[in-house]
Design a protein around this ligand. Structure first.
Ligand code: CU
Length: 46
């Protein structure tokens, strides 16, 4: 199980997961300045 990945600048990653924890999950970069520029989102499922 893994909850963090490192990516080079301007790269992408495809992520698969088992949706077995309903509710809201914050998907985000760990650099605050990147989050401030929009590198964050909310995964929502019920
Ligand atoms: Cu970042």
């Amino acid at each position: 199980m893994k909850d963090t990945i490192s990516l080079p600048r301007y790269s992408t990653a495809e992520v698969g997961f088992v949706a077995d924890n309903p509710g809201n999950t914050l998907f985000h970069c760990h650099h605050q300045d990147h989050m401030d520029e929009g590198s964050a989102g909310l995964i929502i499922y019920g």
